[in-house]
Design a protein around this ligand. Structure first.
Ligand code: ZN
Length: 99
């Protein structure tokens, strides 16, 4: 005669379930013998996700730097044009004017 692991009620021979609390009287949960492979696979997937996230972050940061460089280039471009002034469309004459 055995006892229920939860409520200690008596379990008769051939009885699989406790009649008092409904617990499985003769069921034992065994740990899986091979748990390293799934855990290693999960860790590998997590590592790949981390690498991909780091790559994406670096990629976005580089494009942000490229945008800043492009803005700096466009901002620096009008400076040489301003250094060489265009000829004025108005002509100045020093000749005698008036009556
Ligand atoms: Zn029980």
């Amino acid at each position: 005669m055995t006892r229920c692991p939860r409520c200690q009620a008596e379990i008769r021979a051939g009885q699989d379930w406790c009649l008092e609390c409904g617990a499985a009287a003769r069921t034992r949960l065994a740990q899986t013998p091979r748990w390293r492979v799934p855990v290693a696979a999960g860790l590998a997937v997590a590592a790949l996700c981390g690498v991909a996230l780091a790559f994406a972050f670096a990629r976005l940061s580089n494009t942000d730097d490229d945008v800043r460089a492009a803005k700096a280039a466009t901002a620096a471009q009008p400076a040489p044009a301003a250094s060489t002034p265009a000829p004025s469309p108005f002509t100045t004459s020093t000749g005698p004017t008036g009556p």
